[in-house]
Design a binder for this molecule. Structure first.
Ligand code: NAD
Length: 258
C-alpha cells in the first residue's frame, strides 16, 4: 500500500489566516508541499507576500492577500479572493488568534479586551467557516482546521478569557461537525502547547521554560513543524473519517504555563 495519496493535496485550495509568520506560515508551507494551492492571508501583506513568494520560488502555487480577521469585510474579501484566484476553497486553517501570553489579570481587563479576544478567536473563525462551507460543499472536498490551544483544556490563573475563547472554538467545531458532515466537510482543532514563534518569544523566560518542561514528557518546546504536521493530517484524505476532534500537540502530558 502506498501512503503518498493519503497526504496528497494536489488540486486542492487552502486558505490560511495569519499565514505570514509562526504556526500559520508553517501551515502554508506544509500544505503547499503536499500540493495545495495556498492563499496566504495576514494582517501584514508584506509578511504574507514573503511566504507566498517563497512557496512559488520552490515550485508551489500560492497567492498573498491582506486580511485582518477583526474586519468582517476583509474576511468576506478573503474568501472571494481565494475563489477568484484558484476557483474554490477546500481547506481553511483558522490560525490567526491572540491573547494569553501576557496573562490576564481578571481585575484589570475591561470589556473591550474580552470582546477583542472573542472577536479574533471565535467570531472570525465562525464567519470564515460560514463563508467557506458552501464552496467546500460544491467542490466535494472540505476540511476546516482551527488552531486552538492547550489553554482550551487547562485550568490556569489569569487565562480565563483566552482559555475560554479557545475552548469555545473547540466546541464550535465539535458541534459544526454535525451540521457539516452531510455537506462532505470535516472540521477539527489542533491545540498547540508552547511552540517556538515570535508570539511565544515575547513572553518566554528561561524560568518559565524550565517550569513548562518539567510537565512536558517530551522534554522540549514545540516547533512550528510539529503543529503543521497535525494540520496536514486533518487537511488530507488520510483523516477522511475524522471530524469534530481536538488534537493537542504539546509534547504529551498536561503542559501548563506555571
Ligand atoms: N505559539 C504558541 O506557543 C501557541 C500556543 C497555543 C496556541 N497558539 C495559537 O496559534 C496561533 C498562531 O500563533 P503564533 O504563535 O504562530 O503567532 P505569531 O505571532 O508568530 O504569528 C501570528 C501571525 O498572525 C498575524 N496576525 C496578527 N493579528 C492578525 C489579525 N487580526 N488578522 C490576521 N492576521 C493577524 C501576524 O501578523 C502574524 O503573521 C494563534 O491562534 C495562537 O493563539 C500559539
Amino acid at each position: 500500500m502506498k501512503t503518498d495519496s493519503l497526504f496528497d493535496l494536489t488540486g486542492k485550495v487552502a486558505v490560511v489566516t495569519g499565514g505570514g509568520d509562526g504556526i500559520g506560515k508553517g501551515c502554508c508551507e506544509i500544505l503547499a508541499a503536499a500540493g495545495a494551492a495556498v492563499v496566504v492571508s495576514d494582517l501584514l501583506l508584506d509578511k504574507a507576500r514573503a511566504v507566498a513568494d517563497s512557496i512559488a520560488a520552490g515550485g508551489g502555487k500560492s497567492a498573498a492577500v491582506a486580511c485582518n480577521v477583526l474586519d468582517h469585510e476583509d474576511i468576506t474579501r478573503l474568501i472571494e479572493f481565494a475563489v477568484a484566484t484558484f476557483g474554490t476553497v477546500n481547506i481553511l486553517v483558522n490560525n490567526a488568534g491572540m491573547g494569553g501570553g501576557g496573562r490576564e489579570n481578571p481585575y484589570n481587563i475591561d470589556r473591550a479586551y474580552v470582546e477583542r479576544i472573542y472577536a479574533i478567536n471565535v467570531f472570525a473563525p465562525w464567519q470564515l467557516c460560514k463563508l467557506a462551507a458552501p464552496h467546500m460543499q460544491k467542490s466535494g472536498y472540505g476540511s476546516i482546521i482551527n488552531i486552538t490551544s492547550m489553554s482550551s483544556i487547562n485550568n490556569s490563573p489569569s487565562m480565563a478569557i483566552y482559555g475560554s475563547s479557545k475552548a469555545a472554538l473547540n466546541h464550535l467545531a465539535s458541534n459544526l461537525a454535525f451540521d457539516y458532515g452531510e455537506m462532505g466537510i470535516r472540521i477539527n482543532n489542533v491545540g498547540p502547547g508552547a511552540t517556538r514563534t515570535h508570539a511565544l518569544a515575547s513572553v518566554l523566560t528561561p524560568e518559565i521554560e524550565a517550569k513548562m518542561l518539567a510537565h512536558t514528557p517530551i522534554r522540549r518546546l514545540g516547533e512550528v513543524s510539529d503543529v503543521a504536521g497535525a494540520v496536514l493530517y486533518f487537511a488530507a484524505p488520510v483523516s477522511a473519517w475524522v471530524s469534530g476532534q481536538t488534537l493537542m500537540v504539546n509534547g504529551g502530558g498536561v503542559q501548563t504555563l506555571d
